[in-house]
Ligand binder design. Structure first.
Ligand code: PEP
Length: 259
């Protein structure tokens, strides 16, 4: 059984005091959901304080990006080794906002994925199609084009220590959500690609859904057989909303256990 993972991507939001109160709010109830993994991904400047505040809890910490190499003359960048050093376990790789706003191409995404693995961070590789690509029936092609080069460059074994997030670009921050069926089909396709490379990894890798997941739609998405959790943007900035999604995932984990 794959343990559900609910990850909160805070993006470029929040002040120091807001970060502290968000963590406090999540911490108060997170222990009830021991059957799932909970993770927060604050901004770089808030990582250290959040790390301190999370001590003694099971809540994981991750970053939203990294740069290549351990250190060097890369003004403004942060390396995988630095993230690991301050207590991060996870890092987002290839978020669509990195690909579109910052023009990160598939080669850079693949290199960042490898850098995360080499630093023993767990990369959460984000993939997904735009609205036009979906309308043109290109969803599966795009998924394959985004995933294959990473498998090729890092090797399938690297995916033993990775998470994939299916994030249809048209659903991110828009309030539009993939239907449970659309999401399930994409997740099943992703798992099939992994399966062609390694059956065991396909069975164990967690594939998260991301794109306007919130309390109201979490149950219908999280009960799909190939959806193993969520990458949550907007709804992760409010402790009560985020915890409702954690509760939905925990309910699904309990139901799976009972079968
Ligand atoms: C995201 O940023 O990965 C995301 C899914 O955002 P939102 O939940 O706001 O759509």
């Amino acid at each position: 059984m794959r343990k559900p993972l609910i990850a909160g991507n805070w993006k470029m939001h929040g002040s120091l005091s807001q970060a502290k109160s968000l963590v406090d709010g999540i911490k108060q109830h997170a222990a009830q959901y021991a059957d799932i993994d909970i993770l927060v991904l604050p901004t770089f400047v808030h990582l250290y304080i959040v790390h301190e505040l999370l001590k003694g809890t099971a809540i994981g910490l991750g970053a939203q990006n990294l740069y290549l190499g351990a250190q060097g003359a890369f003004t403004g960048e942060i390396s995988a080794a630095m993230l690991a050093d301050i207590g991060c376990r996870y890092v987002l790789i290839g978020h669509s906002e990195r690909r579109t706003i910052f023009h990160e191409d598939v080669e850079l995404t693949a290199a960042k994925f490898k850098a995360a693995i080499e630093a023993r961070l767990i990369p959460i590789l984000c993939i997904g199609e735009t609205r036009e690509e979906r309308e043109q029936g290109e969803t599966n092609n795009i998924i394959q084009k985004q995933l294959d080069p990473i498998i090729h460059s890092a090797g399938i074994d690297a995916f033993r220590h990775a998470v994939i997030a299916y994030e249809p670009v048209w659903a991110i921050g828009t309030g539009l959500t993939a239907t449970p069926l659309q999401a399930q089909e994409a997740h099943a396709y992703i798992r099939q690609i992994i399966m062609k490379n390694n059956v065991d990894i396909a069975k164990t890798i967690r594939i998260l859904y991301g794109g306007s997941m919130k309390a109201e739609n979490a149950v219908s998405l999280l009960t799909q057989p190939d959806i193993d959790g969520g990458l949550i943007g907007g709804a992760s900035l409010d402790a009560a909303s985020f915890l409702k999604i954690c509760a939905a995932a925990s309910q699904e984990a309990a139901a799976l256990k009972a079968h």
